[in-house]
Design a binder for this molecule. Structure first.
Ligand code: IVH
Length: 683
């Protein structure tokens, strides 16, 4: 915060021209470091230095808001949501690729190419085929101006603000750029991001994405680019379509150019015979699972652009390229049993346990079956032979059963009527497929809650892993997350594998976790539907757990991005006396349930004095005051020369007249909201 204030002060010393020049310079510099970090994985400055550049730029943009450009790196967090996507016609149609399913298809492809180019030497470039979403990016004089999905190939959707949130898409090309160039490539999600996203969706009771392609598409086709920004997408460039003021002779040259301009370009190899191509592709068959993202094949392209042009395209696909598809990795195995696990929100999840099989590079023996409906739809019975694969090469899944191999011994599975852990009668909430254990003290739920509470993005208590949580719950030492803060040295020493040193470490970590930011504590409490982002928004808006506990559903849904589902769940949580007790015990243990109010003279509104008059529609006076104070500002009760802003609601009183007399800037509710949004973004 202090540093931010310094930059703000420095920015205020600049003339508009100086500010503009410095902002442009900073944007270029940041673009370069984004490239080093997100594309090359080889940063040349520390995170702190990077943050400093960003802070300086944010400060300049805050002081000179008219200098903010849509392509400023400060805007990567996602702009305002849209009503729907406008459509755009591609300058050059986006075709798809013809498929090759085996080696003979590759030889056929080579034969067709050679027949169309009699006597000519043909070189091929081979690159991985990523399982993502094709997008087209338009750069005018080196600046990213528009991006679109493939759509039907002729007309796509303009998703520019969403694409701006992807860090490996350069907002500016790094080198001297042509007047116009359209870059094509694949937006995709890494296996890790895909698995995490699906995990979160399941926890929230939302259907998981079937594969990284759908996940990428679902993330880009979001009306709210902030959602896209939270989805960890990545981008590989693989072609240029329309271009003016530049020329290329080979595909290889295009890839090298893209790479020099700051795009991530996937590994590519050049071959002069189809035999070499085949050998190379076969080598990738098993190696592909080592990649951090899923690929579903290899693309073979004629290298010479002149030859490409002469080969031309059919209606659907170019004749100069082919996609070799890897056979899907599936395995047949025997389903031994279906176990039921209980998650932290009480959801009962059936898990298939089968004879271990090798798929996509690892041995698997378990796969979630999601819910009873899915088991019924896929007609899966205990004892069945089943087909197993990995969604996105990471998440094991039962594709189908093989009824033809049944002996008659197989058992139809039913979800238990009682929680397998605590025995409480299970319930199904209206409109939901999931079955739940309603007992909040159920040891299974408790274990999961504790584990979540201690997890990295919540309270980050490193030493508190699964094994320890098991023991703490099974021995009755911990009955709620608050109990963690009351554990004694003697209690911990009595546990298996806990010596004096590990106990001391754990106690220190528990103590340190008391200082975590409030949004992490809120996230850690594991309120249904309240993920990290919602937790942040709620803390930003209410500033303390006590105020949040008092919030009505209307006040909650007034926050953009907080829908009725989250609001109802927050209300339910705070309506439950047992939860309030937990919060009380956390308070008594010394945890701060207030968001840290910046000290005097700090925060983005530091030094600013506000006066409130009239009724605001979306906030009470108290709430508005709390927000201003949290951002470092001050709220005074009367207007004077020193008042910076008067916020005017409905039926304002005499303060309004006084402000007009003195010429103090007036903000209506909307302008006030915008001001808050602006400074919060910068903070
Ligand atoms: S070239 C004219 N190269 O595969 C063909 N496509 O069905 C332009 N894809 O829609 C595509 N990796 O989404 C090309 N290295 C790569 C690719 C690739 C993935 C996707 C792309 C395209 C689909 C083809």
């Amino acid at each position: 915060m202090e540093e931010k204030e310094r930059w703000l002060r420095a920015a205020r010393q600049l003339s508009r021209e100086e500010a503009q020049r410095r902002a442009e310079q900073l944007r270029k510099e940041i673009a370069y470091h984004d490239y080093r970090y997100y594309v090359l994985d080889a940063p040349v400055i520390s995170d702190a230095e990077y943050d400093r550049l960003m802070l300086e730029l944010q400060a300049i943009e805050e002081v000179f808001p008219e200098l903010v450009t849509p392509n400023s790196p400060t805007q990567r967090v996602g702009g305002a949501p849209r009503e729907g996507f406008p459509t755009v016609r591609h300058l050059v149609p986006m075709l798809s690729l013809a498929n090759a399913f085996d080696v003979s298809d590759l030889y056929d492809f080579d034969r067709r190419v050679k027949e169309a180019l009699p006597g000519e030497k043909v070189e091929y470039v081979v690159e991985p085929k990523i399982d993502g979403l094709a997008v087209s990016l338009l750069y005018r004089r080196g600046e990213f101006v528009q991006g679109a999905t493939r759509g039907d190939g002729e007309v796509g959707e303009d998703v520019t603000p969403n694409l701006r949130t992807i860090r490996s898409i350069p907002l500016y090309l790094l080198q001297d750029a042509p007047d116009l160039i359209e870059v094509r490539g694949e937006a995709f999600m890494s296996k890790e991001a895909f698995a995490k996203l699906n995990e979160r969706r399941e926890e929230a009771g939302e259907p998981p994405f079937a594969n990284p392609r759908n996940a990428a598409a679902g993330s880009i086709r979001q009306l709210d680019p902030k959602v896209t920004a939270g989805r960890k997408l990545d981008f590989f460039a693989y072609a240029v379509a329309h271009y003016e003021g530049i020329s290329f002779t080979t595909h290889w040259e295009v890839l090298e150019w893209l790479s020099r301009q700051g795009f991530r370009v996937n590994q590519h190899r050049l071959f002069s015979t189809i035999e070499q191509v085949v050998e190379h592709i076969q080598g990738w068959q098993s190696r592909r699972f080592e990649l951090p993202y899923a690929i579903d094949g290899m693309v073979v392209k004629v290298n010479s652009l002149d030859q490409q042009e002469r080969l031309g395209s059919t209606m659907k696909s170019p004749r100069w390229a082919v996609a070799y598809k890897f056979p899907p990795e599936e395995a047949v195995t025997k389903l031994r049993r279906i176990e039921v696990s209980v998650g932290r929100t009480g959801v009962l999840t059936p898990v298939a346990v089968f004879d271990p099989v090798q798929i996509a590079g690892t041995t698997v023996s378990r796969a979630t079956l999601h819910n009873e409906d899915m088991i019924r739809e896929r007609d899966i019975r205990v004892g069945d032979y089943i087909v197993v694969h990995k969604a996105g090469d990471v998440i094991p899944e039962v594709v189908r059963s093989l009824p033809e191999r049944r002996t008659g011994e197989e058992q139809v599975f039913h979800m238990p009527t009682h929680c397998p852990v605590c025995g409480a009668k299970t319930v199904r909430e209206e409109g939901e497929v999931a079955l739940r254990c309603p007992n909040i003290s159920c040891p299974a739920r408790l274990k999961e809650s504790l584990y979540h509470f201690a997890s990295r993005n919540a309270m980050d208590i490193r030493g508190l892993g699964k094994v320890l949580v098991e023991q703490l719950v099974d021995r009755g030492l911990v009955r709620s997350v608050a109990d963690i803060y009351y554990l004694t040295e003697a209690q911990l020493l009595s546990l298996n594998r806990m010596g004096p040193k590990s106990v001391a470490n754990l106690l220190r970590e528990i103590e340190e976790s008391k200082n975590r930011e409030l949004h992490r504590l809120l996230f850690g409490l594991g309120i249904r539907h309240v993920g990290e982002r919602a937790a942040k928004l709620l803390v930003e808006r209410f500033g303390s757990l006590d105020r949040l506990a008092q919030a009505t559903e209307e006040e909650l849904t007034a926050i953009p991005e907080i829908g009725p589902k989250i609001a109802a769940s927050v209300r339910n949580f705070f309506n439950e006396p047992r939860n309030l007790e937990v919060i009380e015990r956390l308070r008594q243990a010394g945890l701060s349930l207030e968001s840290r109010v910046p000290a005097m003279g700090q925060g983005p509104l530091a030094g600013k004095t506000f006066v409130l008059t009239g009724a605001l529609k979306s906030l009470t006076r108290e709430e508005a005051k709390a927000i201003i104070e949290r951002l470092g500002g001050r709220v005074a009760s009367s207007v004077s020369q020193r008042t910076d802003y008067v916020v005017v609601g409905e039926n304002p009183g005499s303060k309004y007249d006084r402000a007009r007399e003195l010429g103090v800037p007036l903000l209506d509710e909307e302008a006030f909201r915008q001001l808050l949004e602006r400074v919060q973004k910068g903070s």
